[in-house]
Design a binder for this molecule. Structure first.
Ligand SMILES: [Fe+2]
Ligand SMILES: [Fe+2]
Length: 299
């Protein structure tokens, strides 16, 4: 049994539906797939996706992303109700949304960490100042399509602080979230190519939450899989291997911006951690220096 990961399927895009249809029906029959969110904002499409994946993989584990909880031309009063419907669908189809040891208890723990991003000034926000950003930026679609019951922008704590899970049998833990656990993961170690397509947009406002990082450390995860940014990284920090393996959008893939073989599920565990190519050991010096310069620029 192998564990593989693929997130950000975004099946509202035709090229990504074609990708799913063309995924091998033979190669993964004994494998488990971790899907770290952003399957589709349409529940009917999510059902189709899970049925297609279950025809290919032995088991599938999932945590919802922001697009999955959009309330957009569907009959849900809010994203809180949509989350309940998404989880009901997963239960109906046998998609894992709670901690599980797949393969009949032979594999490591798979622990989904449902979370949301925290915006500044929330203390768990991954926010970093960006010179020249537009403080009135209006282009973030969640602001139109995500609303929580009784709240506006911040998810209620009851959603993000679900009953903590504690593995008690010594088996290794692989956790996964849609959003980023640490701000360093936002930035590539390589030189930035091209011009910034959205100079007013500051992704770190919507990137993730330190709540995820705390949960990863509490669990003692060997590997943490995340999605959301569509910039695939493999970075080991303080003993945890952080992996993102997003499919992303066709034009992003074609332009080489997603990276690391985005269009093929990433095998990360086979009786133990798979030795992956291109793992960065520690936060790259260039990233630490860049973050320092952003923080200095704000002072
Ligand atoms: Fe995404
Ligand atoms: Fe996302």
């Amino acid at each position: 049994m192998r564990l593989l990961a693929q997130s950000d399927l975004h099946l509202n895009r035709r090229e990504n539906r074609q990708w799913l249809e063309s995924l091998s029906r033979h190669d993964y029959q004994r494998d488990v797939l971790i899907v770290a969110g952003d399957v589709s904002h349409r529940l009917d499409q999510m059902r189709w996706a899970f049925e297609e994946l279950l025809a290919r993989f032995k088991e599938v584990a999932f945590v919802p992303g922001n697009h999955d909880l959009w309330v957009h031309r569907e009959n849900f009063p809010d994203s809180t109700a949509k989350l309940a419907a998404v989880e009901a669908l997963c239960l109906e189809l046998g998609i894992h949304v709670s901690p599980v040891r797949p393969g009949g208890g032979a594999g490591p723990w798979l622990v989904p960490l449902f979370s949301w991003y925290r915006r500044p000034p929330h203390p768990d926000s991954l926010f970093l100042p960006k010179p020249g950003e537009d403080p009135n930026f209006r282009g973030w679609s969640d602001d139109r399509f995500v609303r929580w019951a009784g709240e506006t922008t911040e998810p209620p704590d009851s959603l993000t602080r679900r009953a903590p899970f504690t593995p008690d049998d010594g088996a290794p833990v692989i956790s996964f979230s849609h959003f980023l656990p640490r701000a360093e993961l936002i930035f590539s170690a390589g030189p930035y190519r091209g011009t910034d397509p959205r100079p007013g947009f500051n992704f770190s406002r919507y990137a993730g939450s330190l709540e995820i990082e705390r949960a990863v450390r509490r669990l003692g995860s060997a590997v943490h899989v995340y999605g959301h940014q569509h910039r695939n990284r493999r970075r080991r920090i303080d003993g945890v291997l952080y992996l993102s393996h997003c499919l992303g959008y066709g034009p992003e893939r074609d332009a080489g911006r997603v990276g690391n073989g985005a269009a093929e599920p990433l095998a990360l565990w086979e009786d133990g951690p798979v030795t992956l190519e291109g793992v960065e050991e520690g936060t790259p010096e260039r990233v630490s220096r860049f973050i320092e310069s952003l923080n200095r620029a704000e002072d």
